[in-house]
Design a protein around this ligand. Structure first.
Ligand SMILES: [Zn+2]
Length: 285
């Protein structure tokens, strides 16, 4: 699933490709269910407007229009947004095509058909999306808030990291990777994480997100850049999708796979220990 670094990459690429200021000349909805219900007709409201803003909220991409409406895209598992010349061959799974006045098209689709495109006024964007998200993991999350959230619950730390209402933008890939970097077991009770460890984990979160943005996100499965290119962060995964392979810190110990909160989880049993075992491990060292 595209997470913060992937959507940030798409946002940056759209800005570099100068979509701001372009007007929308036509909308083609090839799969009507991708467009969430709105009282206003989607095409009627969007055609003739210009894109005057592109930004990200958590894992949502927002195209702000000059009529105070926003096209809000949630990529879900397999969403893909491409920017193509009109003459470029049809992209499989395209569900909606937004034509720009310079001959380019924004083509959005999702092979699994869970992604959504929704039209919202500024007030709806705030009420339905922004106000329901926690601080942005890359740009707004500070230690004071982070530690306070950890202290407030005994939920497994990994489940907490995925809770968008508490922290926005982290998904399964970056939760697994950050916990490995911070040497924290994914099932550790959040309230048992000490302040020192919270600081380590926050640093690890910022690190994995920044590195991934720099590498254009991760394209392990479905994610593609707006030109169809691949992100490269999957080349430096430490634990995600590495079950049965050696931990980069312990060549003789294999990465384990389990489920935490129903989500696939990867960890090293030596460098990531649950709090009650940690004392022993410190003595061992
Ligand atoms: Zn290890």
């Amino acid at each position: 699933m595209p997470e913060l670094p992937e959507i940030e990459t798409i946002k940056n690429q759209l800005l570099s490709a100068a979509v701001i200021g372009r007007s929308i000349t036509q909308i083609e909805v090839l799969y009507p269910q991708v467009v969430a219900y709105t009282e206003e007709g989607f095409e009627d409201v969007v055609v003739g407007t210009s894109v005057d803003d592109v930004h990200r909220k958590g894992k949502y991409l927002v195209l702000g229009l000059d009529n105070k409406r926003n096209i809000v895209i949630h990529f879900r598992m397999n969403g893909r947004l491409l920017l193509r010349e009109r003459t470029f061959a049809f992209d499989p799974y395209t569900q909606i095509v937004i034509s720009l006045d310079d001959g380019r098209e924004l083509r959005f689709g999702d092979s699994r058909k869970f992604a959504t495109v929704e039209l919202m006024c500024d007030a709806d964007l705030k009420a339905k999306i922004v106000n329901k998200l926690g601080p942005d993991a890359a740009s707004e999350l500070d230690l004071e808030y982070f530690y306070q959230v950890l202290q407030s619950t005994t939920r497994p730390i990994k489940s907490l990291l995925l809770d968008q209402q508490k922290i926005a933008g982290i998904g399964n890939i970056y939760a697994n990777e950050a916990l490995w970097w911070a040497k924290i077991h994914p099932e550790t009770s959040s309230a048992d994480v000490e302040k020192r460890e919270a600081k380590e984990l926050l640093g690890a979160i910022h690190r994995v997100l920044a590195e991934s943005i720099q590498l254009g996100g991760s394209s392990k499965r479905w994610f593609r850049h707006i030109d169809g290119g691949l992100g490269r962060y999957q080349e430096i995964f430490k634990v995600y999708n590495k079950a049965g392979l050696p931990c980069p810190r312990h060549q003789d110990v294999l990465i384990r796979y389990s489920k935490v909160g129903g989500r696939g989880t990867y960890h090293c049993e030596i460098c990531q220990q649950i709090a009650k075992n940690r004392q022993t491990s410190l003595i061992d060292q």
